[in-house]
Design a protein around this ligand. Structure first.
Ligand SMILES: [Zn+2]
Length: 339
């Protein structure tokens, strides 16, 4: 309070204002194909999530036909850990809830739920739940509200929510609620937009948003809309941090769940996202002028989808809780709570 917010200066007179769809599609499809590049090797641990970012973003841009579906389904099968029942980021790596959610999201999106061994997936998720309701991310035992979200989102996508103890899982999420209305990764940890999205998404999927009382919800929505920076119009993830395109997603989706999306200045934010596009290579960066990557490209596009600055013939509607095209969620008949 009182101290000036950290921000970046953007020359909006010369900044990119059009959505570079063709370039983004070329950027995304080219990214996975340069197998010999250094980048590809060092991001092995991100492969599964990378494929999810790619498929989701291309689908939202009406370009899912640009991917090789069979190659992707085959790759996911190679990442399936038959011992645990979960999925690894790449073949011969350890399974983890984060990559298991990405794998399930991709298979659901490609309408290949038949490839999922539901029974072993359910037992994998069930054995990661702890006495206090929280979830381990893998056998190494780290706990984080992100993993609670991943567990519930996976189960919801395969219609198996009953597998785990939802009441206890919900109690754990509520134990991470802070005095400022936000949520952290464990009880007592600082509020952060990414964790807030996971906790609100969790409560939306189990239809228990009523666990947050009205005044706390308003305080939380206020905390979220305060993430918009005055000068650039971009959103940060916590006070005193620089704006970053990916927070367009974590913050906007959270506000959408709370029914308070209109508290954000949509025009300023969409200008910031569009300015973060790379007009030479395609793709979006975390902020204007930086190097683009598939992660920020997806969250730039999903942010623009939620803001509805383009019609659905340009960007398909995204589901705010599962970060997948809305038509896929409808096709699966998945319901969730939005305020
Ligand atoms: Zn970011």
């Amino acid at each position: 309070m009182g101290t000036p917010q950290r921000d970046v200066t953007i020359d909006y007179a010369t900044a990119q204002k059009e959505l570079l769809i063709e370039k983004h599609c070329a950027f995304l499809t080219g990214y996975g194909q340069s197998h010999s590049t250094y980048q590809y090797g060092v991001t092995d641990y991100l492969r599964m999530s990378g494929i999810y970012w790619l498929c989701t973003c291309l689908d939202l841009l009406h370009s899912l036909d640009k991917i090789d579906r069979n190659y992707i389904v085959d790759y996911i099968q190679k990442c399936h850990d038959k011992t645990t029942g979960g999925y690894a980021p790449a073949p011969n790596h350890d399974s983890h809830l984060l990559y298991t959610l990405s794998a399930v999201q991709i298979l659901v999106q490609l309408d290949r739920v038949d490839m999922i061994d539901k029974e072993s997936l359910c037992s994998y998720i069930k054995q990661l739940q702890q006495e206090d309701g929280s979830f381990f991310g893998d056998q190494w035992g780290e706990i984080d509200t992100r993993f609670s979200f991943c567990a519930i989102a996976c189960l919801k996508l395969i219609d198996s929510l009953h597998t785990v103890d939802i009441d206890r899982a919900t109690d754990f999420i509520m134990s991470c609620l802070n005095f400022d209305g936000g949520f952290g990764c464990i009880p007592g940890a600082e509020s952060h937009a990414g964790q807030i999205y996971c906790c609100l998404g969790f409560l939306s999927l189990v239809q228990r948003l009523d666990r947050i009382d009205l005044s706390t919800r308003n305080m939380l929505a206020w905390w979220l809309c305060e993430r918009q920076l005055e000068n650039s119009g971009g959103l940060n993830g916590r006070p005193e941090k620089l704006p970053d395109v990916c927070y367009s997603w974590w913050v906007l989706a959270s506000l959408k769940i709370l029914g308070k999306l209109q508290w954000i200045n949509s025009e300023k934010l969409s200008k910031f996202i569009l300015a973060a596009q790379d007009d030479e290579t395609g793709g979006c960066a975390d902020r204007p002028g930086n190097i683009p990557d598939p992660f920020h490209t997806l969250f730039g596009v999903t942010g623009l989808s939620l803001l509805k600055v383009f019609d659905e013939n340009t960007i398909k509607q995204v589901n705010p809780v599962l970060c997948m095209p809305e038509y896929v969620i409808q096709r699966r008949g998945i319901t969730m709570q939005l305020l």
